[in-house]
Design a protein around this ligand. Structure first.
Ligand SMILES: [Zn+2]
Length: 252
């Protein structure tokens, strides 16, 4: 999503930019633009990423990035002294770019969860729509919520992992310190990021479209997407042992 923010800021010449200008931004200045209430959740996320970038870098810095690279933008953010210990977790080629972006927002507590909307007076109830019991905060959705725990448990059993850790930050620390191959680490990170992306997606489906998805359906989506992704980007130098492990995942 940071790519879209950058593309809009640097006025890239492509159809999507023209479309967004015609439908949403119109005559407004992109850097000061606020999204309308009824727009799609995806467009809201793009605007949220833009708001986050605004707190970290100037428009000049962003437009100074000639050729888009998430790493390049991230390097600019790090110059500001923003301490992060999850860089390798978020940024690797195996994971899907939009999953990285959502993970980044979660890590920074930047999603518009119900507790935040309630605080702004935009809604009257911050009950989690996935479990109907807890308050919808970042901590609850990732992963105190029974619904998201079920998703995480199913994904763990797919990966053959034994862990009962449900705190997102701690899970990332556990991932960092675990002694497994680099390839496996990247795959686990990609799966977890896809998991949180789809939990947020399921939440939006429940809130905006009143559609309920079962955890097993969410997990099935994650699995197919991850397998497709790895098949496409698997590095040539991947060892036979790692390839065999991936084949095993595909068969489960
Ligand atoms: Zn919940």
């Amino acid at each position: 999503m940071a790519r879209y923010v950058w593309a809009l800021a640097t006025k890239q010449d492509n159809l999507w930019i023209k479309w967004v200008h015609a439908v949403y931004i119109k005559e407004e200045n992109w850097w000061d633009y606020r999204h309308p209430v009824g727009c799609s959740w995806y467009w809201k996320q793009v605007c949220e990423v833009k708001e986050y970038l605004k707190t970290k870098i100037s428009l000049q810095d962003l437009t100074g990035v000639q050729k888009y690279s998430l790493k390049g933008i991230y390097a600019k953010l790090c110059v500001e002294g923003d301490h992060v210990d999850w860089d390798k977790f978020v940024w690797n080629r195996i994971s899907i770019p939009k999953h990285r972006a959502i993970t980044w927002l979660i890590m920074k507590n930047r999603l518009n969860t119900a507790d935040r909307l309630l605080k702004y007076g935009l809604i009257h109830d911050d009950t989690c729509q996935l479990c109907s019991t807890g308050r919808e905060t970042h901590e609850h959705l990732f992963f105190q919520c029974d619904y998201s725990r079920k998703c995480i448990d199913l994904l763990r059993s797919w990966l053959g992992m034994v862990s009962h850790q449900y705190d997102f930050q701690r899970t990332v620390r556990f991932w960092k310190n675990s002694r497994i191959s680099c390839f496996k680490k990247k795959v686990l990170a990609a799966v977890l990021k896809a998991g949180v992306y789809f939990i947020w997606w399921a939440r939006n489906e429940a809130v905006w479209n009143l559609v309920g998805w079962r955890p097993a359906q969410i997990v099935q989506r994650v699995k197919s997407l991850i397998i497709l992704r790895i098949n496409t980007v698997i590095p040539k130098k991947t060892s036979t042992a790692n390839r065999a492990w991936f084949e095993l995942l595909k068969s489960r």
